[in-house]
Every structure is written in structure tokens, then in C-alpha cells.
Design a binder for this molecule. Structure first.
Ligand SMILES: Nc1nc2c(c(=O)[nH]1)N[C@H]1C(S)=C(S)[C@@H](COP(=O)(O)OP(=O)(O)OC[C@H]3O[C@@H](n4cnc5c(=O)[nH]c(N)nc54)[C@H](O)[C@@H]3O)O[C@H]1N2
Ligand SMILES: Nc1nc2c(c(=O)[nH]1)N[C@H]1C(S)=C(S)[C@@H](COP(=O)(O)OP(=O)(O)OC[C@H]3O[C@@H](n4cnc5c(=O)[nH]c(N)nc54)[C@H](O)[C@@H]3O)O[C@H]1N2
Ligand code: SF4
Ligand SMILES: [Mo]
Length: 688
């Protein structure tokens, strides 16, 4: 039997058609607007049966007696243990000592709302996501500029500027759109420190010095303004701060900064002109901008380009979403007044969006270890593996060990789950129904629909949260017996329900697509305009316009120790076979540790006397890892690229052993997990 759903094995949220025989999933196929033979392939989806029915799946709850090993338990026993702890901290008058840390895996849609609801009704403001290192920090920069996160309508663009994103490995729907547009003659500009497969195909590739994107954006803005290539009609009628932008960008001329950014001035000029003069043009920004110390300003500067060229909300440009009306399910009003979250040091980031709440996960570690601003004693980790995915793994791991009580909700036994007092087995994406953020932030709404029964005794995340809620006295707040009932309740204002979504597997559009909505509605910013200058940022002590206070001294972690750590380390490519720390236990995907390498430029390799296959040690002031080297000119001399995500599989490959969490972006609390100074040497035990 064929069934439609949404794959959530990574954040791409691809609509898929799955084949189920006798209740068992046997294959899955990605749907797309391009013909089958043109669709970008997904290795994970090809291995879907091995993933879903992996012998490594957690199939029963596990509990730990004090100091002992984890042992199987019933759901009743496991949930009652957790509920007892919730009640204990409440009875002690400190519900806020309980935190709920969300990884990216279960999605940012309804699963996020359910956990927030439970915690708010319980009385703790500490439901915390990892958005400070993922796209939420970027979303904030977009939002402060034009009211929401824009997304590129690449398929219809004539010019595509891809800035720090590699969709063929991460976001296949977007990869299909880029390929389609390029096949129709669209120009392609890529800003990436790595010569990626996409960079190889680009008309212009800017191999930027890692972490310096904001300065490049300012220089491009300057070029576009001084050459009078900006969109006068849009700038005059719909923006604020253009004169200041002109003035500040004037300090960043291409000729003055290109060499410092490892770029050729002529190429930067050509890129700025091509982008500004080809209409429509879209700008796809990605995680290459995230995880950087300067994330907020650099993304603001990049975002300004969309208004300067008038491409914002135009067909084939960068479109503003038409979100689906939903009932807020987070019950924020139920939080007792005056209880500050542990992320209180980042008030702008905590409040920029109606639903996001707290996303500075590093604060969880501060609260556990330093009791700042107060102590967290218990943590529920849902769909995340913080021991290997957070900056400064050593410290994150110490924090997990120091907790009085750790609960992990996951599908696999991770390095984080190994430390837990209770482990709850979660059902995977094909085993549950949910609404993904991808489907509700914009039309059309597409349902992730359960197509097979939960594997083993696993439960879907929604059921775990609802049942736990009921066991801590929140029966009235979790009245829904099924997830369908909860989704229908939440979606009621949109007039759409689960039944209709199931009848329309390709999605239901609740509002016709509109472009240039700002002409009628204005932008959802305080001024109603596209804000090059944000008074709200200035009032809150931040630069109102990107780089108006100058450029931060520290764009790369440990840059003040570059005498000892002379190479720039780049947290590397995502591999289509894996999602962050996941799936290395799947034999069909692991394939002899293929891709677990450090890329080193031939010039640096010669100096260090390193050859492909040699074991090398990469060290920073925080720690060191050992990985095989690959000599490759995809990296710029002076920089290396380290494969990402191997830390759960093997400690020795844990990239976040190297990263710093002491210095963070002042607005979004983002540590420099992407880019850091480091040192390379041949590993001591290397026999060569
Ligand atoms: N150095 C460095 N650090 C990084 C990154 C990097 O590129 N370099 N990337 C950063 C980014 S952008 C992110 S978003 C984070 C990701 O950080 P995490 O969210 O911690 O990443 P994952 O390794 O994907 O862990 C997700 C976990 O959820 C489990 N899981 C999968 N599906 C479900 C589900 O439906 N329910 C439940 N309960 N569990 C599920 C998986 O088995 C896995 O253990 O890492 C960040 N850290
Ligand atoms: N297969 C797979 N898919 C995934 C994931 C995964 O781990 N595996 N993770 C999911 C998650 S959590 C996320 S957030 C997304 C992220 O997906 P993307 O947004 O595509 O981000 P990345 O692939 O991390 O990096 C994109 C590009 O940024 C470049 N880059 C690195 N440093 C810099 C820099 O300083 N400046 C610029 N301009 N570019 C730089 C990298 O070389 C890379 O080519 O992918 C999601 N999808
Ligand atoms: S790219 Fe991600 S969401 Fe899309 S099919 Fe592959 S694993 Fe699933
Ligand atoms: Mo992410």
C-alpha cells in the first residue's frame, strides 16, 4: 500500500511516498516538483528500512538505580519516576530547577509547542531549544530587518546567491529548485570558504575567509549603492535607515577589505553587480552563517541586500511567509509571574518571536555548573544529543553528569542517553503524526502522517509529553486522547483539520500566494518598513545598523591565540548520509568511516609533512581530536575542514571537543562552533 507523509529524518521535511506491506515499511520515495530522474538523491531515504528497523533502536523504557546500570522498565514505572521528580522540585518551591532541552530532531513545530506547554503549566520557564546555533539566530536577524524569515523562491529566480548553504547535502527541495533554475539559465553566485560541488558549478565563487561574511556583505552593499544599482522605488518608499546604511557601508570598500577576506576585488565587484542587476534574484542563506560569533550582525548585513535590491517578497526573490493561523498551544500565560528563564541574559533573542521562547542552550550548562543565574537540577533532553552537539563537549558532558536527574527521550542509545537516569524510547518520523514547523510557517500545510505502528514499545513524542503532563497533575491541560484531536484543536482558526490534510496529502493552501504584501500591509517591524536601521536594537544597546559600531575584534574563536593555533578550523560538511550525530550505527550508511577526515590544503600539508590517510591531531586550547587527513585543494591555504557529526560514533572524532563556549554572540548567545583557530600535527601513535 502506498502512503503519503513527510520524512523528518533531517530538517528538510521532504514530502515522501512510502510503500507499506503487511504493516511494514519497505521503501520511500521523495516527491518533488521536478521529474523523478532530476530529483536530488537522498542516501538516508534509500536506507530508510535499515534505519527504521535498526537493531540499535531503543524499544523499551530504561531506568537506572542509583549508581547502577540502566535496566528495562515498563512505561508506568519510567514515567512515574519522572513525574515524582517533577513533583519533588515543585514541592520544594523550585519548579524552575527543572529544564527541558530540545534538540532539532523531533521538529520545531507541534513537538516544540507540546513540551513548552507542559513546562509552562508546570511552572518552569526553562524549555530551551538549540536555536542559538541553528537557524533561529538567523531568523531573528531576518525578523529584525523585515518582520519574518524570508525564503528564496529559487525555482523562479534568474540569479541565485547562495551564502553559506549546501542544499544538495542538507535541503533537497531547495537543491531541486536551484538545479531547475540553473538549467533554465539562472546565474549562480556562491559564497563559501570551501569549493563545494555547488561552488564548482557557480558563475562566481567567492572563497571567503571563514567567519567574515558580514564584512563582505557590507562591501557589496557599498558597491551597489555607490554604483547606483539599488532599487530606488523600494528604498525610498519602504525602508528606514538608508542614509545611515550608505554612510556605514562606505567604510567597507571592496578595495580596502577584499584582501583581508582572501578575496579578489574584481570578483567581489562582479558578484555585487550581477546580483543587483539580474531580476529577480534570490539570496539563500544557510548554516554557514550560523554558529559564528558574529552571526547576528553578519546575517543582518546579508539581509539588507534583499531590500537594497528590492528582491524582498517579489516572485523569484525572497518571499515573506503567510503563516497559518493557529491557536497558541504554549500556554505562556500559565507561567507564574517573575520567574526568569536561565537564558535571561539574552532578552532580545528570547522575545523576538511569538513562539520560539528560549533558544540559548549554552545557558543550560552555565545553570547546571555555575548556578548562574540559578541552578538547574533536573533536565529532560528530547530529540537531541548535547554531549556531542553542543560547543565545548567536555563542559557539556560534565554538566549532564552533575545533574541530580537526567531524562533522555530518543530513538537510539546516544552518548547523552548513556548518562541518563531514565531513557524513554521515541518513535521515529514514520511512526507518528505531527505538524512540522516547515508546514505551518507558510502555506501549504502538509501533514506528517503516521504510516506504520511504533517500533517495539516506543511511543511518539506527543504521547510521551501528554502522558507525562497528566501524571504531574496537568490532566486539564492535556485533555487530548489522540494527536489528531490536539492538532485539530490547534489548527481550528485556519479552518483545516487532520481529516482534510489526510485527504490532501500534497497539502492544503489556506490562503492564495501573495507577493509584495508590504505594499498593502507594510512590514511586521516596529516602523512598518524594511529596517536597515532598527531603533529597537539601538534602544536595547545594540548596533542599530550592522557594523555601525565597528567590526567586532573577535570573529573567530581563539583568534587571540593564533601564535599557537595558526590554522582556521571549519566545522565541516554535512553528509547526506547522516544528520548531525545520527545514523553512524547504520551499516549501509557508515561504509568504513568514509568521509571522516580533515581536509588540508596541499601547501599546509607539505609544511606539516602530512599525507592523505595519515592520522593527524587537531588541537585548540579546549582539547584535541585525532582523524585521518585528506589532502585537498577544496580548502584555502591556512584553513582546514573537519568532518562534522562523528562524535557519537567515536569520542576521538568529537569535533566539539575543540570548540569554545566561553565567548558568545551578545544578542543570540551563539558560540563559535563553526570557526576556530587550531593547530595540526601528526598524531603521536601514527606508525608512518
Ligand atoms: N561543531 C559543530 N557543532 C554543531 C553543528 C555543526 O555543524 N558543527 N551543528 C549544530 C546544529 S545546526 C544543530 S541543529 C545541532 C543539532 O544537535 P542535536 O539536535 O543534538 O543533533 P542530533 O545529533 O541530530 O541529535 C538528535 C537526536 O534525536 C534523536 N531523534 C531523532 N528523531 C527523533 C524523534 O522523532 N524523537 C526523539 N525524541 N528523538 C529523535 C536522534 O536519535 C538523535 O540522538 O548541532 C549543532 N552542533
Ligand atoms: N544530511 C544532512 N542534512 C542536514 C543536516 C545534517 O547534519 N546532515 N543537518 C540539518 C541541520 S540541523 C541544519 S541547521 C541544516 C544546515 O544546512 P546548511 O544550511 O546547508 O548548512 P551546512 O551544510 O552546515 O553549511 C553550508 C555551507 O556553509 C559553508 N561554510 C562554512 N563556514 C562558512 C563561513 O564562514 N561562511 C560561509 N559563507 N560559508 C561557510 C560550508 O562549507 C557549507 O558548504 O542541515 C540540516 N540537514
Ligand atoms: S533529505 Fe532529509 S527529510 Fe528529505 S528524504 Fe532525506 S532524510 Fe528525509
Ligand atoms: Mo541545525
Amino acid at each position: 500500500m502506498k502512503n503519503d507523509t513527510v520524512c523528518r529524518m533531517c530538517s528538510s521535511c521532504c514530502p515522501v511516498e512510502v510503500e507499506v506491506v503487511a504493516g511494514r515499511l519497505v521503501s520511500a520515495r521523495r516527491k518533488s516538483f521536478v521529474a523523478e530522474d532530476k530529483r536530488s538523491p537522498c542516501r538516508k531515504l534509500a536506507a530508510v528500512v535499515d534505519i527504521v528497523y535498526s537493531e540499535q533502536r531503543l524499544t523499551t523504557p530504561l531506568v537506572r538505580e542509583k549508581g547502577g546500570d540502566l535496566r528495562p522498565a515498563t512505561w508506568d514505572e519510567a514515567l512515574n519516576r519522572i513525574a515524582a521528580r517533577f513533583q519533588q522540585y515543585k514541592a520544594q518551591g523550585m519548579p524552575q530547577a527543572v529544564g527541558w532541552l530540545r534538540g532539532m530532531a523531533a521538529d520545531w513545530g507541534t513537538p516544540w509547542d507540546y513540551a513548552s506547554r507542559l513546562m509552562n503549566c508546570y511552572g518552569s520557564p526553562n524549555t530551551i531549544g538549540n536555536g542559538s546555533i541553528c537557524f533561529v539566530a538567523r531568523e531573528m536577524a531576518h525578523t529584525y530587518t523585515y518582520g519574518a524569515m524570508a525564503f528564496a523562491e529559487a525555482a523562479k529566480a534568474k540569479c541565485i546567491l547562495v551564502w553559506g548553504k549546501h542544499d544538495a547535502d542538507t535541503t533537497l527541495g531547495a537543491a531541486d529548485a536551484i538545479n531547475h533554475a540553473v538549467s533554465q539559465g539562472a546565474k549562480l553566485i556562491v559564497v563559501d570558504p570551501i569549493q563545494t560541488p555547488l561552488a564548482k558549478r557557480a558563475d562566481i565563487w567567492l572563497q571567503i575567509k571563514p567567519g567574515h561574511d558580514g564584512l563582505l556583505a557590507m562591501a557589496m552593499i557599498n558597491e551597489i549603492i555607490s554604483s547606483d544599482l539599488y532599487d530606488h522605488e523600494f528604498v525610498e518608499n519602504f525602508t528606514v535607515g538608508f542614509d545611515q546604511l550608505r554612510e556605514v557601508a562606505g567604510r567597507y570598500t571592496i578595495d580596502a577589505i577584499a584582501a583581508d577576506l582572501w578575496l579578489d576585488p574584481g570578483q567581489v565587484r562582479e558578484a555585487a553587480r550581477l546580483y543587483a542587476t539580474t531580476k529577480p534574484a534570490c539570496l539563500i542563506d544557510g548554516n554557514g552563517l550560523d554558529m559564528q560569533l558574529d552571526i547576528f550582525q553578519s546575517t543582518r548585513a546579508v539581509a539588507c541586500l534583499r531590500g537594497l535590491t528590492g528582491n524582498i517578497d517579489r516572485p523569484g526573490g525572497d518571499v515573506l511567509p503567510q503563516p497559518v493561523s493557529m491557536r497558541p498551544l504554549q500556554a505562556r500565560d500559565r507561567l507564574p509571574a517573575g520567574v526568569l528563564p536561565v537564558t535571561a541574559a539574552y532578552p532580545l533573542f528570547n522575545t523576538f518571536s511569538e513562539s520560539w521562547g528560549n533558544q540559548v542552550q549554552s545557558c543550560v550548562v552555565d545553570a547546571i555548573l555555575d548556578k548562574k543565574p540559578y541552578g538547574l537540577k533536573m533536565l529532560v533532553v528530547q530529540a537531541g544529543n548535547p554531549v556531542v552537539t553542543m560547543a565545548d563537549s567536555g563542559r557539556a558532558s560534565q554538566a549532564m553528569r552533575e545533574l541530580e536527574f537526567l531524562v533522555v527521550i530518543d530513538m537510539f542509545m546516544t552518548k547523552t542517553a548513556e548518562l541518563a537516569d531514565v531513557v524513554l524510547p521515541a518513535s521515529g518520523c514514520f511512526e507518528k503524526t505531527q505538524l512540522n514547523r516547515f508546514a505551518t510557517r507558510n502555506n501549504p500545510i502538509i501533514l506528517q502522517n503516521q504510516v506504520i505502528e511504533p517500533v517495539g514499545q516506543s511511543w511518539p513524542d506527543w504521547k510521551i509529553v501528554f502522558e507525562l503532563g497528566r501524571r504531574i497533575g496537568l490532566e486539564e491541560d492535556f485533555p487530548w486522547e489522540t494527536v489528531e484531536a490536539a492538532i485539530d484543536y490547534q489548527l481550528a482558526p485556519s479552518g483545516v483539520g487532520v481529516e482534510k490534510l489526510r485527504e490532501n496529502p500534497d497539502g492544503v493552501r489556506v490562503e492564495a500566494i501573495r507577493h509584495e504584501k508590504y505594499r498593502q500591509d507594510g512590514f511586521a517591524t516596529p516602523s512598518g518598513k524594511f529596517e536597515f536601521f532598527s531603533a529597537r536594537l539601538q534602544e536595547n544597546g545594540q548596533a542599530g545598523l550592522p557594523y555601525s559600531d565597528g567590526c567586532p575584534r573577535k570573529l573567530i574563536s581563539f583568534v587571540d591565540q593564533q601564535q599557537d593555533f595558526p590554522l582556521i578550523g571549519i566545522s565541516g560538511a554535512r553528509d547526506i548520509r547522516f544528520t548531525n550525530s545520527q545514523y553512524r550505527t547504520i551499516p549501509a550508511l557508515l561504509n568504513d568511516e568514509l568521509g571522516c577526515v580533515v581536509d588540508l590544503h596541499p601547501l599546509d600539508a607539505a609544511e606539516l609533512a602530512v599525507q592523505t590517510g595519515d592520522q593527524i591531531q587537531v588541537a585548540t586550547p579546549k582539547g584535541s581530536i585525532v582523524m585521518p587527513a585528506r589532502i585537498s585543494s577544496v580548502v584555502h591555504p591556512g584553513s582546514i575542514r573537519i568532518a562534522w557529526g562523528w562524535g557519537d560514533y567515536n569520542d576521538q572524532y568529537n569535533l566539539n571537543t575543540l570548540t569554545d563556549d566561553d565567548i558568545r554572540n551578545p544578542v543570540t548567545g551563539t558560540p563559535g562552533q563553526r570557526t576556530f583557530m587550531c593547530r595540526v600535527s601528526r598524531a603521536k601513535d601514527d606508525g608512518n
